[in-house]
Design a protein around this ligand. Sequence first.
Ligand code: F6P
Length: 319
Amino acid sequence: IKKIGILTSGGDAPGMNAAIRGVVRTALTEGLDVFGIYDGYLGLCEDRIVQLDRSSVSDIITRGGTFLGSARFPEFKDQEVRKKAIANLKKHQIDALVVIGGDGSYMGAMRLTEEGFPCIGLPGTIDNDIRGTDYTIGYFTALGTAVESIDRLRDTCSSHHRISVIEIMGRDCGDLTLNAAVAGGCEFMIIPEVSYTKEDLIEEIKLGFAKGKKHAIVTVTENMCDVNQLAKDIEAAVHHETRATILGHVQRGGSPVPYDRILGSRMGAYAVELLINGHAGRCVGIQNGKLVHHDIIDAINNMKRPFDMDLYNTAKRLF
Ligand code: F6P
């Protein structure tokens, strides 16, 4: 291969810039040309492709988001749309593509590979919900942001002897919520991996107050329930003022923590190595501290994401 393309797709994540830089600098060092594609698969179909040099990725390692821009582009499921994408890649004589994103982005990369265009996927999402890797790029920064927010909410909820219900992102994955809850000292949590009833939660909170708690914090993964309604129900049952806070997209921004910068850099460099060695349709992961690669099809269809039940049980014992 002589020329590679790179794009970021789906929800942005802190550390994506480090990964782009990792790809660009490694590729240039190896004598390859690199092309940046703006706004993910959408920009690919609209032929928004520019050649990148060393300085294109200067001063980006500290910045959150992705300087290439990103987009959700469900139209990419359509083969006709993908044909246009491949035609644009060929027009620029690009031989292979690195895609940084989540599950949906991997699906696009897998389809392109099946249709004859070699792709490598890098896991970029705050949700930590990608199979074949212990951690995704952006997860640790978002975790830090969530914990900092919990700390702040704790201050005010402790002053007012209130209950705080906090919604944390993660789509269908409870990793952010569980880890933020443990780091933030919250015993009450609602996550997709463990079934719950509102009645049990309320009983637990009451028990907490009976044990001498002056305030309480409940963390909830998004999409699990309406946190505003839950706050009202808790207030009515526990007779303590309750407020709901949705952390929302605040968790997606901010300068990446060192681990995300290092992970992005390592994975970016590894993606180029894989392409040079003739791999395609693979996704990169880090498992037990080592970089690994798996078939994207396996990562999407067959592999399981382990849930840290031990950590959950520990959190419960800290009640
Ligand atoms: O996948 C990252 C994520 O932030 C999820 O946690 C959340 O469900 C989703 O993206 C929100 O997507 P959007 O930014 O398109 O509203």
